[in-house]
Ligand binder design. Structure first.
Ligand SMILES: O=C(O)CCC(=O)C(=O)O
Length: 265
């Protein structure tokens, strides 16, 4: 299984964002990727006032990614989009997974919402406009078990443990828009920790660069192997990085260092 992580700088224009995402997906497909992962909020990253009416998963944005997946014959994790929420004031932050025929194979609503106040650095109250999901999701991608998550979820190891032990995950995907302030110190450490402790591959696709209003994202999208080694990463700016997942290596690591089997509950 060949996996691509696509690093994007989404702005406040849905049409422009979708076109940029499509270009990155085309690069992933040209590189032979079977599965490509896009970042969180691939449809829109900008002032709340500029957000178009949020749609259901089969709205225009969903249909757009379905068509791209079908045209490229590639699995696509449309990182996350603004899904119509439970009331007019709240959306869901939802990841969509399309198979090679463009059929929606799974969707996952971000469970952990980013409500953080670091004076002078980060001020974010995601729960003011987003309703949380409640259901962890693992999807079968041609025999590969893929656990879904979004951005801030990365700080909650119990979610990934559940995806792995209950859901049988072998690959954990993390679409994100990690900010520069936290990302530069925490992003890679957290991704490698989730990979090591769950003995899973991790494919993490981040937003990069500046976004209105005043948000700068860290980027550094990467694929990590179950030993915690970074197989590939995207430098600053938009781009794609591709890695082959060797499932024999995953099985060997789990057999030789059986920390999942050695858990004491
Ligand atoms: O956890 C972090 O540091 C960043 C999380 C974030 O930006 C998000 O969930 O949108």
């Amino acid at each position: 299984m060949r996996v691509a992580v696509c690093q994007l700088n989404a702005r406040d224009d849905r049409k422009v964002n979708l076109a940029a995402a499509e270009l990155l997906l085309e690069r992933a497909a040209a590189g032979g990727a079977d599965l490509a992962v896009l970042p969180e909020y691939v449809d829109y990253l900008g002032p709340a006032a500029g957000l178009l009416d949020p749609e259901p998963v089969d709205g225009e944005v969903g249909q757009f990614f379905a068509a791209v997946a079908r045209r490229l014959g590639m699995w696509v994790v449309a990182g996350s989009i603004h899904e119509r929420g439970p009331d007019p004031d709240h959306t869901y932050n939802t990841s969509l997974v399309f198979d090679r025929s463009g059929t929606l194979a799974a969707s996952y609503r971000k469970i952990h919402l980013y409500d953080v106040e670091i004076p002078g650095r980060v001020s974010y109250l995601e729960s003011a406009t987003v309703a949380p999901g409640a259901q962890p999701v693992v999807v079968d991608v041609e025999g590969l078990r893929v656990g879904l998550s979004i951005c801030y979820d990365l700080r909650f190891p119990e979610l990934y443990r559940q995806l792995t032990t209950d859901g049988g995950a072998q690959l954990l995907v993390v679409p994100a828009a990690f900010m520069l302030h936290t990302g530069r110190d925490h992003w890679e450490v957290l991704l490698r920790a989730r990979a090591i402790e769950n003995q899973c591959f991790v494919a993490a696709a981040g937003q990069t660069g500046d976004h209105e209003p005043g948000r700068t994202c860290f980027g550094r999208s990467m694929v990590v192997d179950p030993w915690g080694l970074v197989l590939t990463q995207v430098p600053d700016g938009q781009g794609v990085a591709i890695a082959d997942l060797d499932l024999d290596r995953l099985r060997t690591i789990r057999a030789e260092l059986p920390s999942l089997a050695n858990r004491r509950l």
